[in-house]
Design a protein around this ligand. Structure first.
Ligand code: NAD
Length: 252
């Protein structure tokens, strides 16, 4: 049990990477606060955790809204008395996100609000709770696209994830002496609903797979495994890192 006696809050836990992490963290002994904008998806994660005899509650929250984020942290402390792990994972990829020439202002704003401001708000309201618990671990989901220029053109998404890396480093240095570690998790392409539309065209999928050294997408479980390491005390000296789980895309 690598997370026994820990309380972990995971945003975007109604689907994909967040749901897999919630199931895995619960198996490892954590009490889970499942947060998502999508109530039915979040409640489904809670019921899957209950089926495996784990413990979880659902809190509906839009991570781009300060009031929701504040309430979500308060709900975690109300449910389990403390917060030890904060996984700022919720994110979107807007279908109309493209080259800077094509991307409309509303697409840029929405992407930034969820992907970057969401992480800012999670940390702003989550860090005081972690401090009350004597410290903890924050994991912010960025992406490999924050490390490379992508020929796929997704300017808002890429910029938002680059911002997550910078914010992560900033917080990691600021709070290290208060026993808080903050790391950015950078997945490569993962088989989740986020990529479903992009990958639904077989020719497009094939063009993408060519650039992934193992020739396949990651499974959400493979990203959750890395998140578990960052959440647990096994990573006690890992702080401010850009933790790549990308199958070697950025090495190619
Ligand atoms: P997903 O679409 O399967 O899940 C995302 C979840 O976030 C959904 O349940 C959705 O309802 C929730 N969500 C969306 N907006 C929200 C908001 N404003 N407030 C609260 N919840 C919200 O996606 P995923 O692939 O599991 O992505 C999880 C994270 O991983 C994202 O930050 C994404 O950018 C990142 N990521 C994904 C990939 C990939 O290829 N799938 C690669 C790199 C990084």
């Amino acid at each position: 049990m690598r997370l026994s006696n820990k309380v972990a809050l995971i945003t975007g836990a109604g689907s994909g990477i967040g749901r897999e992490a919630a199931l895995l963290f619960a198996k490892e002994g954590a009490q889970i606060v499942v947060c998502d904008l999508n109530e039915s998806a979040g409640k489904e994660t809670v019921s899957q955790i209950a089926t495996q005899n784990g413990e979880a509650v659902f809190v509906r929250a839009d991570v781009s809204k300060a009031a929701d984020t504040k309430a979500m942290i308060e709900a975690a402390e109300a449910a389990y008395g403390k917060l030890n792990v904060l996984f700022n994972n919720a994110g979107i990829f807007h279908p109309a996100d493209g080259s800077v020439l094509e991307t409309e202002e509303d697409v840029w704003d929405l992407t930034m609000n969820v992907n970057l401001k969401g992480v800012f708000l999670g940390c702003k309201y989550g860090i005081p709770a972690l401090l009350r618990a004597g410290g903890g671990s924050i994991i912010n989901t960025a992406s490999f696209v924050a490390m490379v220029g992508a020929a796929t053109s997704q300017s808002a998404y890429t910029a938002s994830k680059g911002g997550v890396l910078s914010l992560t480093r900033e917080i990691a240095v600021e709070f290290a002496r208060q026993n808080i570690r903050v790391n950015a998790l950078c997945p490569g392409p993962v088989e989740t609903p986020l990529l479903a539309e992009l990958m639904s065209d077989p020719a497009r999928r094939q063009r993408r797979l060519v650039h992934i050294p193992p020739g396949r997408l990651a499974q959400a479980q493979e990203i959750a495994n890395a998140a578990l390491f960052l959440a647990s005390d096994e990573s006690s000296f890992v702080n401010g890192s850009t933790f790549l789980v990308d199958g070697g895309i950025t090495a190619a």
